[in-house]
Design a protein around this ligand. Structure first.
Ligand code: MSP
Length: 550
């Protein structure tokens, strides 16, 4: 089979200059990651915010390590679902898409999402790229005409192979009636890629978490069937060149948004350029419902076009609320806008990242949310900084006390800090946010325990104990600095407030700075300089008090 020099091997590439991305120093590798491109049939909900916050954490972590990150998000704006939504609202599809995608953009701004690119599939440059990509696939003999018959879910924009034989089948995800379709379409010859896709999905790490690999393997083992990539009588889509009356199937168009996002306005629209602009992606983060599109259809399309494949596809779980699926009909949808307004960025990020194992389904529980935020952030971490800093100021002239023996790397808190640093980096590399958050929190718990054991408030009353009190307070302040450092990718605002209180420079994680990692440098014991002035402490984390349910 001719696959035009396509490769299965992951590669890291050098990124060239582009909008929002400084030219990286020679030898600097890029880290490209993506959220799904969200449908604009409705405003963002907590599910989309969840994926985006998780990706933001990964992007910040990679930047803090010194990587040149290209973090892509955006909106998927074509297809029947969008067309119908716009019609129902009495708007043209374009006006509808403009309004909703602007809402996404504004929401991500308020959440301080650090994306480098925001792609809209209605961008004319995207259309050009889709045309180029299709020309490659067609030239490779992978486009054929065929008849598509089957049950279709408009909400999923997907044919359902497993629709029951009944008269009125429903979509198992949306609980909406499926629609019968019978039309002549263009098909992509997915069946030609059976062996490559089998090899790809068996590659360790390509599908993550590993628990999701089996379901894709089972699907592929049934034999890959060609899938239709065009629709007739669907005006709200990109016309297929050379095939009058056909528009591209929304998924064929949307997946290519990951590529068009890599070409900023000053670049020509040229598929050959994308390798210099950050392709292949290191990571696609998606919900488990769209894993098949990303782990099977998308790689086959790329193989056909002679382009390298993404390194990893991570399918996370679904969020429910107090044990129930979130839905408008149940009236229990959590609006990310309101959540932000009432609870703040740190609280929501901390709860979602710390409490829900990334990859599994998770349940949003209001009381647990409040308890974790108050116990972990306000009490354990916030009070630790506040009380230690107050004691140091009171007894050591408003400054960091002399370290004495606490500067030694075998100090118990030095050992704990080093271990926490390694645990946080290892866990974030594996996208295990929960373990990372727990490791940072555990360091604060150890520091609190040490402080209680040493009880400097008692020692200070004893003759000749001042040097020991200084060393103990130094050790706890230094451990607290480490906590702030380790929290930087997870809860950047809280990390910043803590660092400022400790007289430290906060980290830049919202864009790639192109300089060697200050964050990694900060992870050495003794970074806090004795004698450094300490400002009057302010609570770094407000307690969450919610009078009414969210
Ligand atoms: N437009 C496609 C993606 C195209 S990517 C080239 C799409 N959009 S979506 O807006 O419907 O969904 C985007 C993501 O949000 C999906 O991965 C979906 O799994 C996720 N979520 C939707 N509801 C969710 C929850 N309740 N919880 C967590 N994520 C969920 O699919």
């Amino acid at each position: 089979m001719a696959t035009k020099g396509a490769t299965l091997a992951p590669q890291r590439v050098r990124v060239g200059p582009g909008r929002g991305a400084a030219c990286p120093p020679p030898g600097c590798m890029s880290y490209t990651l993506t959220t799904p491109l969200y449908y604009v049939n409705d405003r963002a909900h907590l599910g989309s915010a969840y994926t985006t916050l998780a990706c933001d954490t990964i992007a910040r972590f990679q930047r803090l390590k010194g990587e040149q990150v290209v973090f892509i998000t955006g909106c998927d704006e074509h297809g029947q679902k969008i067309q119908r939504t716009a019609e129902a609202a009495g708007l043209t599809p374009q006006a509808h898409c403009d309004a909703v995608s602007e809402g996404y953009r504004a929401l991500w701004d308020r959440w301080q999402i650090s994306h480098d690119r925001f792609i809209r599939t209605t961008d004319p440059r995207h259309r050009q790229l889709v045309e180029q990509f299709f020309a490659r696939v067609e030239a490779n003999g992978d486009v054929v005409e065929g008849r598509q018959q089957g049950w279709y879910c408009v909400a999923c924009e997907e044919f359902k192979d497993d629709a029951p034989g009944s008269q009125d089948p429903e979509c198992a995800i949306h609980r909406k009636p499926l629609e019968w379709r019978d039309e002549v379409n263009l098909f992509f010859r997915l069946s030609r890629y059976q062996s490559e896709i089998e090899a790809l999905i068996r590659r360790p790490g390509f599908i993550a978490p590993a628990s999701r690999q089996k379901e894709v393997e089972n699907f592929v083992a049934q034999g890959l069937r060609d899938f239709s990539i065009s629709r007739v009588d669907l005006p709200w889509g990109i016309p297929v060149p050379g095939h009058g009356g056909h528009t591209f199937y929304v998924w064929f168009d949307a997946l290519l948004g990951y590529l068009s996002a890599l070409l900023p306005a000053e670049d020509p629209v040229d598929l050959d350029l994308i390798r210099q602009r950050g392709w292949p992606a290191q990571l696609h983060v998606i919900g488990k419902d769209i894993l098949r599109f990303h782990a099977v259809y998308w790689p086959a399309m790329l193989l056909s076009a002679g382009l390298p494949l993404p390194e990893r596809v991570f399918g996370h779980g679904f969020l429910t609320r107090e044990g129930q699926k979130m839905g408008k009909s149940l009236g229990n949808v959590l609006d990310p806008e309101q959540l932000l307004e009432r609870c703040g960025r740190d609280a929501v990020r901390w709860y979602l990242l710390r409490d829900i194992p990334f990859g599994d389904d998770g349940d949003f529980q209001q009381q647990r949310f409040i308890d974790l935020v108050n116990n972990d952030l306000a009490n354990t971490i916030g009070n630790l900084l506040n009380r230690t800093s107050s004691m140091a100021r009171r007894w050591f002239a408003d400054a960091v006390p002399p370290a004495g023996p606490a500067s030694q790397p075998d100090h118990p808190l030095a050992v704990a800090a080093l271990g926490a640093g390694q645990a946080v980096s290892g866990a974030l590399e594996a996208l295990d946010f929960r373990t990372a958050a727990e490791a940072a929190l555990q360091l604060a718990i150890s520091a609190n325990g040490f402080l209680n054991d040493q009880a400097p408030w008692k020692r200070m009353k004893q003759e000749g104990e001042e040097a020991q009190v200084a060393a103990d307070l130094y050790a706890v302040l230094e451990a607290t600095r480490w906590v702030a450092v380790l929290l930087a990718p997870l809860v950047p605002d809280l990390s910043e407030r803590m660092l400022i209180q400790l007289g430290q420079q906060p980290f830049v994680s919202s864009h790639s700075s192109g300089v060697p990692s200050a964050w990694l440098d900060a992870q050495h014991w003794g970074g806090l300089l004795p004698g450094l002035p300490l400002i009057e402490p302010q609570p770094v984390m407000q307690r969450l008090e919610l009078e009414a349910p969210l």
